[in-house]
Write a protein that binds this ligand. Sequence first.
Ligand code: MN3
Length: 211
Amino acid sequence: MRTYPFVLPELPYAYEFLEPVLSSDTLHFHHDKHMNAYVQNLNKALEEYPELHNVSLCNLLNKLDEVPQAIQTAVRNNGGGVYNHELYFSTLTNSNADTKLSVDLQAAIERDFGGMDQMIAQLKQAAVGRFGSGWAYIVTDENGVLSICSTSNQDVPDFSKFVPLMTVDVWEHAYYLDYQNRRPDYLDAFVKLINWEVVSKNYEERKEKLV
Ligand code: MN3
């Protein structure tokens, strides 16, 4: 469980590793500037509140009403930014990697969506349909039932009910350098980057991740 002071995690691969889908320039700006700003601003918000220094990020986000009013918005926006970006970067790999789904996750995808193509279509639909900035996710509940959801800005799903397995960032900073305003083109390319081994591991560990 990560707690204050939060640190910017290293990318789990080189900045060029996601090319040609996402450029090294995009990764540098996205990780080193955008994500780093969320980490620094979250720490700044929590600095004067020692009683929150041993509360995990997921617990902070899931119990925002227990966070002092003065920093609720800062924790919501910047804490969500830290959580969402960490999940986003951690579930990507090179488009040639050909990672494999676990048997359990594959069975759940068949059962809950009718197959991989249908699940990806729903994920893209949620991501394209999100007005303005936000996120789309594949989530599981405690029993392993899968669904698609989306949030706006840096909000996160309800961690007491859902464990996000992966997420796609539809803020323009995630794709503008490479795809300009063409969000659907970004999404068509982005889904080739999903690291299904990591997604499968997140699925297996769902019970430990629920808040
Ligand atoms: Mn982003």
